[in-house]
Design a protein around this ligand. Structure first.
Ligand code: ADP
Ligand code: MG
Length: 271
């Protein structure tokens, strides 16, 4: 089996002065390449702590984490940053876009950090990613000139521009209305169907229903691991997605245009 994520007895204890806060108390699971997994659990149960560890944004206090075969817990700070930049795309509830930069500039930003990519290529790839998420006509818009759903799609385009094999999303629909949430989930499904491994945190069962597998976290421990069903299709009335808003996503049902674009198709091969 092709394992993307392998964690064993993962522990994270935060130190608050004299007090130790055990946020993760020994969690073990594997996630296969190409999977679509939801992580659920009440507030404070350790979901974001787990995502930060999986995303190499933080290191565990104890336990083992192998990402695509790499022993993450043994890597130094520089290697950890390199792994994060090359393999992982991160999407947050708060979008985290730079307010004064255009959609195009926000999406191109990770390529500046990665280095070695010309301005021309950064521009071309950012445009391609925005087209992929259905925002080809919003390149020059700043975040406040976009709806919440559109801002989250800019953030997803930004997460994808480095062609990660793993997309991590921490409550990506937490700030969105229900229709935008469905559109964002469809986009994740579309990306997953192209081979990107998707792990997302949610506490909404409707959102988790898009995943093939649900891990429940409770009080820093894995409470359940279920594969309730193959992914369920979400039915949105045909007229309810406006053109130019979610046009590209709507069209993908009929015409898998994303699949023809080279960057996403080459993601698995590149890594
Ligand atoms: P969730 O995302 O499920 O709401 P978190 O992973 O954010 O949960 O938090 C798990 C526990 O760890 C909580 O008790 C929280 O207060 C604590 N915690 C989270 N981050 C920190 C931190 N940086 N410092 C200290 N305690 C933290
Ligand atoms: Mg959280």
């Amino acid at each position: 089996m092709d394992t993307m994520i392998h964690v064993r007895e993962l522990r994270k204890t935060y130190q608050m002065g004299e007090i130790e806060v055990p946020a993760l108390r020994g969690i073990s699971f594997d996630i296969q390449r190409g999977a679509f997994v939801a992580i659920m659990g009440p507030s404070g149960s350790g979901k974001s702590t787990l995502m930060n560890l999986l995303g190499c944004l933080d290191t565990p206090t104890n336990g083992q984490y192998r990402l695509d075969g790499l022993p993450v817990e043994q890597l130094d700070r520089n290697l950890l940053a390199a792994v994060r930049n090359r393999k992982i795309g991160f999407v947050f509830q708060q979008f985290n876009l730079l307010p004064r930069q255009t959609a195009l500039e926000n999406v191109a930003l990770p390529l500046i950090y990665l280095g070695g990519v010309s301005a021309e290529e950064r521009h071309a790839r950012a445009q391609q990613m925005l087209e992929l998420v259905g925002l080809g006509d919003r390149l020059g818009h700043r975040p406040k000139e976009l709806s919440g759903g559109q801002q989250q799609r800019v953030a997803i385009a930004r997460a994808l521009i480095t062609q990660p094999a793993l997309l991590l999303a921490d409550e990506p629909t937490g700030n969105l209305d229900s229709r935008s949430s469905v559109e964002i989930m469809r986009l994740f499904e579309e990306l997953n169907s192209q081979g990107i491994t998707v792990v997302l945190v949610t506490h909404e069962p409707d959102i988790a229903a898009h995943a093939q597998r649900v891990l429940s976290v409770y009080d820093g421990l894995l409470a359940s691991d279920t594969t309730p069903h193959a992914r369920r299709d979400v039915h949105v009335p045909a007229g309810s997605i406006r053109n130019g808003d979610a046009g590209a996503i709507g069209q993908n049902k009929r015409r898998p245009s994303i699949v023809r674009r080279p960057p996403v198709m080459s993601m698995r091969r590149a890594l």
